[in-house]
Write a protein that binds this ligand. Structure first.
Ligand code: DAH
Length: 343
């Protein structure tokens, strides 16, 4: 082979050589860089090159040598880089860990989740809806007439520039939303935040939480409601819990009732919670007024149903002995972390 061809040949071997790890780097080094490398041998050949081409030859061999060295240095550097990256990622599995920060749930979430859990076991699914509602879904559909005091600016936050939009005053607004777009049977609970235009004090706040329940099907009776609520009370407050229903009034249910649970008067806490009566008021409920069904496109001749609304703050305050409702909304970590994490 012509000596110039040989240079080209070695150059293409240098270029084609794949250096992937330390071993191939070493093989490359021995072949092209080390003391007995094949490029060095070429220099010895200069004596066989015609005088007028000696210069050209010298240059080409030199170029080849530089290229081979450059490739070596680059490959070596990049392998070292990789090396330090892997050693950095090595994890010491025996190293002691810092105590993990375990968060705790907000007392309102604890109560709501417990409630959702109980009704989920009875086949209720969670429905969530908007907090900015319109007058129709919050009031009109729910059979609350135009002149009802609840519609007063004193009680309801109406949004600026609109007499129609408001912050929902109860989760009953979800009832109308769900009935409008679901065919019975309907079995939902709707947890969420509601707003009332009230002066903030230790006992009342302008925002709080409710869980609404709604069950609509053929032949749903007051007795069904009572059994469901009794089950709920026993799950929530203990197996010996008793309930009583007191007649009441809500525009959207007929008949309506308020439910108390029997906590007894045995301990200081139960006496305090029940103001000495043994009974704790827990929720409002009733049979869905036929007018409400009609407003929401459900035939009251075919379907009946019951509904209930549970205020969360009061139960949470009672369960956890919280004496100021404002604490619930301040999100002071010293307050929130007192409630045991639920696993
Ligand atoms: N929406 C009522 C309130 O905010 C609570 C309520 C009472 C809801 C009776 C109901 C119900 O669904 O049937 O005071």
């Amino acid at each position: 082979m012509d000596i110039f061809e040989k240079i080209k040949d070695i150059l293409s071997s240098v270029e084609a050589f794949k250096i992937e790890d330390k071993d191939s780097l070493e093989t490359y080094r021995l072949q092209f860089i080390g003391s007995k490398n094949i490029i060095k041998d070429l220099f010895g050949e200069i004596k066989n090159v015609a005088n007028e081409r000696k210069k050209e030859f010298g240059q080409e061999v030199n170029d080849l040598k530089l290229k081979a060295e450059q490739k070596f240095e680059e490959a070596k550097a990049s392998l070292e880089d990789q090396d330090s990256a892997t050693s950095y990622a090595v994890i010491d599995l025996t190293a002691p860990i810092e105590d993990p920060m375990v968060g705790s749930r907000h007392p309102i979430s604890i109560v709501m989740n417990k409630l959702i859990d109980i009704f989920a076991r009875l086949g209720f699914t969670v429905a969530e809806e908007r907090e900015i509602e319109d007058d129709w879904h919050n009031f009109t559909a729910m059979n609350t007439p135009e002149d009802h005091p609840a519609r007063d600016m004193q009680d309801t936050f109406y949004l600026k520039d609109s007499t129609v939009n408001l912050l929902r005053t109860h989760t009953s607004s979800v009832q109308s939303r769900v009935m409008m777009n679901t065919k019975p049977p309907i079995r939902i609970i709707a947890p969420g935040r509601v707003y009332r235009n009230e002066t903030v004090s230790a006992r009342s706040h302008c925002q709080f939480h409710q869980v609404e329940g709604l069950y609509i099907d053929k032949d749903v009776s007051f007795a069904d409601m009572k059994q469901t609520l009794l089950f709920f009370a026993k799950e929530m407050f203990g197996p010996n819990t008793d309930i009583r229903l007191r007649p009441s009034f809500f525009p959207f249910t007929e008949p309506s009732a308020e439910m108390d649970v029997w906590l007894g008067t045995d301990t200081d806490t139960t006496r305090r919670l029940t103001k000495g009566t043994g009974w704790l008021e827990v929720l409002g409920c009733g049979m869905v007024d036929p007018k409400v069904l009609e407003n929401c496109g459900i035939d009251p001749e075919v379907y009946t149903g019951y509904a209930f609304g549970i205020g969360i703050e009061r139960s949470a305050m009672q369960m956890y002995d919280i004496n100021d409702i404002r604490l619930i909304f301040e999100n002071d970590i010293r307050f929130i972390k007192q409630f045991a994490p639920i696993v």
